[in-house]
Unconditional design. Structure first.
Lengths: 78, 278
């Protein structure tokens, strides 16, 4: 069963330096990417970074990412 | 012989020993062809891994084998044309380093996306060839900058990364142009992960497999943590290391860790049933 994972980018403003959710996830479900994708000179900007669910099939529903997020930006539902 | 050797070795023992596969001519072809299509020739956009979407996972989840096979096929075709890797044992990587110039240390895009590793701790990737002179064109791909290395420095770094437990792989950027030496591990390398978890053939096995000699293995288990491919386990019954030869990628990491010299690298081609297992 695959979860729905939403990350509120208005609350999660600097995932590159926070990365608490990336480090706590026991199966590395979340990924750090950018809003702009591989686009020249834009992806270097930390404000463009976002966290998103990527490897959904490995999500156990432990909710550690939801609880660790200092901005309460992550929601996981099955 | 793997199909890449059949196509691109041109008389050399392996395709990655053929200097033509590192030539500037190929670098230019990749760049110009990409730009002619109106796309950015950013090397980071070369990959096919980003093409695997939630749709693929949903198809896997509902056991839609037909849809999975189709998506797998499509993604593999793109990857094999533009950007895929092969596991290469350390001794072969050291020979490659002697062939090519320049070599530069750069940050690993996979580990950045998996864990957000800060740039200064993330210099585990190497770029090769003329593209490295142009790194400033793509500051995002080469986030954290690059450090040019002498061949001796490059050999020293890959040897240390190998000791640390990272697998050496060579990656194409517009096949057969070889321009990346990656130092990979599970679960933070996208290529290993996609290959092992989804059975999508981004990362090809190497030309060897590792075999345990049960007479010599004393069951110390010091090799067990070295395998990044779920090929090596420990037989409690026999008190020996156990390698699934069909799953072995031939990186040699377990071999170098064995204090008894009980594991040896054997040519894949010498086993009839493994010769075509890539």
């Amino acid at each position: 069963m695959l979860p729905t994972i939403t990350v509120n980018n208005k609350k999660c403003t600097d995932p590159l330096s926070c990365r608490k959710c990336l480090l706590i996830c026991p199966t590395h479900v979340l990924g750090l990417g950018t809003k702009v994708g591989p686009k020249k000179h834009q992806e270097i900007d930390p404000s463009q970074f976002i966290v998103a669910g990527v490897r959904f099939e490995k999500c156990t529903g432990c909710m550690d990412c939801v609880n660790v997020c200092p901005k309460s930006a992550i929601q996981v539902s099955f | 012989m793997c199909i890449w050797c059949e196509r691109y070795a041109d008389g050399y023992q392996r395709w990655y020993f053929n200097p033509a596969n590192y030539a500037r001519k190929l670098y230019k072809i990749r760049r110009e062809e990409t730009e002619a299509l109106g796309a950015e020739a950013n090397p980071q956009a070369a990959g096919g891994m980003a093409l695997l979407t939630r749709g693929f996972l949903e198809a896997l989840d509902r056991n839609d084998h037909e849809a999975v096979a189709k998506m797998k096929h499509d993604v593999e075709q793109i990857a094999w044309t533009t950007h895929f890797g092969q596991v290469v044992p350390l001794e072969d990587i050291l020979k490659v380093i002697d062939m090519i110039y320049p070599i530069a240390l750069m940050t690993c895009a996979c580990r950045r996306s998996m864990l957000g590793i800060p740039d200064e701790e993330n210099f585990t990737c190497m770029g090769m060839g003329p593209g490295m002179y142009k790194w400033e064109r793509w500051p995002d791909t080469y986030r954290g900058g690059i450090q040019f290395l002498t061949p001796d420095e490059a050999k020293d770094i890959v040897t240390k990364l190998n000791k640390r437990g990272l697998v050496q792989t060579l990656f194409t950027f517009g096949t057969p142009y070889l321009a990346g030496i990656c130092n990979c591990d599970y679960p933070d390398c996208s290529a290993i992960r996609t290959t092992i978890d989804y059975g999508i053939h981004f990362l090809w096995k190497g030309h060897h497999v590792a075999r345990v000699d049960n007479e010599l293995c004393n069951g110390c288990a010091s090799c067990i943590h070295r395998c990044q491919f779920k090929a090596l386990s420990f037989s409690a019954t026999q008190n020996k290391a156990y390698i699934d030869l069909f799953q072995c990628f031939g990186c040699g990491l377990c071999v170098s860790e064995c204090p008894q010299d009980a594991i040896t690298m054997v040519e894949r081609a010498s086993f009839p049933a493994l010769a075509k297992v890539w």
